[in-house]
Design a protein around this ligand. Structure first.
Ligand SMILES: [Mg+2]
Length: 70
């Protein structure tokens, strides 16, 4: 099965870990997780390469999940 590169965007590191653990417990085959603390950091990750899945919080500082241009 194809392994997924997952971008997890949340200003809470605890929440990022919870999201990652939930994906793994659901049996999602993960190649790599890219953490980002806000939309701007997430854009930085996307500029460096492709991801298969983006999970994005809405309430974040700097650039929130509604401003983040997916
Ligand atoms: Mg938040």
């Amino acid at each position: 099965m194809h392994k997924l590169r997952v971008l997890i965007v949340d200003d809470s590191s605890v929440m990022r870990k919870i999201v990652e653990r939930s994906l793994r417990e659901a049996g999602i085959n993960i190649e790599q997780v890219f953490p980002a603390g806000n939309g701007e950091e997430a854009l930085g990750v996307l500029r460096q390469g492709k991801v298969d899945l983006v999970l994005c919080d809405i309430n974040m500082p700097v650039m929130d999940g509604l401003e983040f241009p997916l």
